[in-house]
Design a protein around this ligand. Structure first.
Ligand SMILES: C[S@@+](CC[C@H](N)C(=O)[O-])C[C@H]1O[C@@H](n2cnc3c(N)ncnc32)[C@H](O)[C@@H]1O
Length: 269
């Protein structure tokens, strides 16, 4: 964890480092290949340099095009603003909120800042792997302190597959870029568990990449929405960021970034 920081820290910028490493090493190897070619140093080393250099360079550029949005401050800000705007339209801002897979608390903290009547819990598994990238409970707590919302935004360890909460405990359940990380045979099970902890009439809003969909054992989006509806929710909506004209860099929209939201069937929470 970063100590004594004045700004919140949301983790190590792994996407950018991978781009720099791949493109940078690719360029160095290609430069060596050009020198070997000019000096007519035609051996297997020369061929290896061209092949390896090109592979690394192209892989780094593709990685940047597909994944660059995840580390671009402008895209992160765009997504954050759109998330809060969309949430304003579907939720009244009052009550207990759960952010599943909160990481270092970015969304949980933004929701607490934006909705002064919200009591937010950020939950995450905080596995060793993610800790390596600076994503940890202590970091989330420190960030909430820096943003002055630690009286309404707390953090608790738990898995999205079996959450340490009672049925119907929350007026709002959120998640951002988490479900695709969870490798189980059918990811709609995560929706099922999320819906369990929502109060009747309460809201859920999941932002994630919904391409490909085979992790949800469905062929298309309407099939996925049908499946979710069967878990006891109504008014299930899908809002694709590309179709909503949210501009992101590179070819981020390839991943089908979208919100799935709805209301748990029953009376008002
Ligand atoms: C890409 S990060 C997203 C973090 C945060 N939601 C955000 O938007 O900044 C994915 C997060 O999912 C969490 N995660 C992965 N599997 C989980 C599980 N089974 N239960 C809860 N959290 C999980 C990871 O620990 C990590 O913090």
């Amino acid at each position: 964890m970063r100590k004594g920081a004045e700004k919140p820290y949301y983790g190590f910028n792994a996407v950018r480092y991978i781009t720099f490493a791949s493109v940078g090493i690719g360029i160095i190897i290609l430069a060596a290949a050009i020198i070997f070619t000019i000096s007519a140093y035609l051996t297997w080393v020369l061929i290896l340099c061209w092949v390896l250099g090109l592979i690394l360079f192209i892989a780094g550029m593709l990685w940047h095009l597909f994944m660059g949005f995840a580390s671009n401050p402008k895209d992160i800000e765009t997504i954050k603003r759109d998330f809060l705007n969309y949430l304003e339209g579907i939720w009244d801002g009052k009550g207990k909120v759960l952010d599943i897979g909160t990481g270092s608390g970015r969304i949980a903290i933004e929701v607490a800042k934006h909705f002064p009547e919200a009591q937010v819990i950020g939950m995450d598994i905080w596995s060793k792997g993610w800790r390596f990238f600076g994503i940890a409970k202590e970091q989330a707590e420190a960030n909430a302190g820096i943003e002055n919302v630690d009286n309404r935004c707390v953090f608790q360890q738990g898995s999205a597959l079996d959450m340490p909460f009672e049925d119907g405990e929350f007026q709002l359940v959120l998640s951002s870029f988490v479900f695709h990380e969870i490798g189980i045979p059918d990811r709609t099970e995560i929706f099922k568990e999320a819906i369990r902890v929502i109060a009747q009439g309460g809201t859920f809003m999941i932002l994630d990449t919904f391409r490909p969909l085979n992790g949800y054992k469905v062929k298309n989006v309407p099939e996925l929405l049908d499946k979710i509806e069967k878990y006891g929710v109504e008014n299930v909506k899908y809002r694709n960021l590309k179709e909503a004209s949210v501009r992101l860099g590179g070819i981020a929209h390839f991943w089908g970034i979208a919100y799935i939201s709805g209301k748990k069937a029953g009376n008002q929470a």
